[in-house]
Design a protein. Structure first.
Length: 351
């Protein structure tokens, strides 16, 4: 019997703690009609969303890790119409996939893959596809960015923040970004097109509200994309959250009719916060990139986004923040670091 090794996440009984192990798996013996057999060349690592998986009752048990893949089509099902053997493809495995992206071979429904352009490397394709999807979801489907908008990107020197800044600049928006270190500040100042203003929050001296109001002539920013916010200003906050802006700061810098796009699943707005948002005619949207694979209602839009991300990567509009390619034997250590948010660059495993 032929077996493959893949990287899997083992959740604790309460679904909070995650450990990662390589596990032998048996590939399916029959290729289903709409599925594509792909030989994986590169797989990017993203944190396993343990709470979401627990809520969807996909755990406990072994959960496949490594879902952003790029590779070569080996075989296609009888009813596959988009792909042929030997073509280069890239995609994101759905949440309920039984395959780990770190297996040599994966079996994917054709509606979760797009073609990889020739000028794009395997590492770049796998390392950009998810952040590109998130950026498009935020800027095009949650707030409809237009030329002339001012956008505040929190933690712009992250892999996701970098792609958001590049997409916003491409759309003609003015970008303000926060950073948490002098290295991150130097990185953003070296980006082209340039960021209008970089606010370094690491020292505690820079005032986010003052900087944003000064840059916008007192009008505020049209779009805010956060990377987490502090809900309270008491002593309960962990040291990791001390560098995050308070939710009231976010609301203060929001322009009339502005859009706040949050990655905080547990965001709480008190009545005074809601009243301030009401006075500004603003809105709050929740950024969850998993909605595309959880519901097939907008499958066409999803594939259009993935194709557009690859096109912009091929045209060098997107220049992702990637770490050096990582060998497969270091995957467990890298995945643990990603899960704990201890890395600043996108981790991609080369197979």
């Amino acid at each position: 019997m032929v077996t493959m090794k893949g990287l899997y996440c083992q959740l604790s009984e309460h679904g909070e703690d995650a450990s990662f192990v390589f596990q032998e798996v048996v590939p399916p013996s029959v290729l289903l009609d709409h599925f594509v057999k792909v030989q994986v060349k590169a797989c990017a690592l993203s944190a396993v969303k343990t709470k979401l998986i627990t809520e969807l009752k996909l755990g406990p048990g072994l959960i496949p890790s490594g879902r952003e893949i790029a590779g070569i089509v080996l075989e296609v099902g009888q009813k596959v119409s988009f792909f042929h053997p030997d073509e280069a493809v890239v995609g994101i495995l759905p949440l309920d996939s039984e395959d780990s992206g770190l297996c040599d071979i994966v079996f994917v429904h054709e509606h979760f893959l797009v073609h990889k352009p020739e000028k794009v490397t395997w590492i770049e394709a796998a390392g950009t596809i998810r952040d590109g999807l998130c950026a498009y979801t935020a800027l095009h489907y949650l707030c409809h960015i237009t030329a002339g908008n001012t956008i505040l990107v929190m933690d712009g020197a992250s892999p996701f923040g970098t792609i958001v800044i590049q997409l916003a600049n491409h759309r003609g928006a003015k970008v303000i970004s926060t950073v948490h270190s002098s290295d991150d500040e130097q990185y953003l100042e070296g980006l082209h097109p340039t960021v209008a203003r970089v606010v370094n929050l690491s020292s505690g001296k820079a005032n986010l509200v003052e900087n944003c109001m000064e840059e916008t002539g007192g009008l505020g920013v049209d779009i805010i994309i956060d990377s987490g916010v502090r809900l309270y200003s008491g002593e309960d906050e962990s040291p990791l959250k001390q560098h995050l802006p308070h939710k009231h700061e976010i609301l203060c810098v929001l322009a009339v009719g502005g859009h706040w796009i949050t990655t905080m699943a547990n965001l709480q707005l008190d009545p005074p916060d809601s009243h301030l948002l009401y006075l500004k005619g603003g809105s709050v949207s929740f950024l969850n990139d998993e909605v595309w694979s959880l519901s097939n209602v907008q499958q066409g839009k999803y594939l259009h986004i993935l194709k557009d991300v690859m096109e912009k990567l091929s045209n060098r509009i997107f220049r992702p923040l990637l770490d050096e390619p990582i060998p497969l034997y270091e995957a467990v250590v890298s995945m643990e670091m990603v899960q704990k948010n201890h890395v600043r660059k996108k981790q991609v495993i080369q197979l």
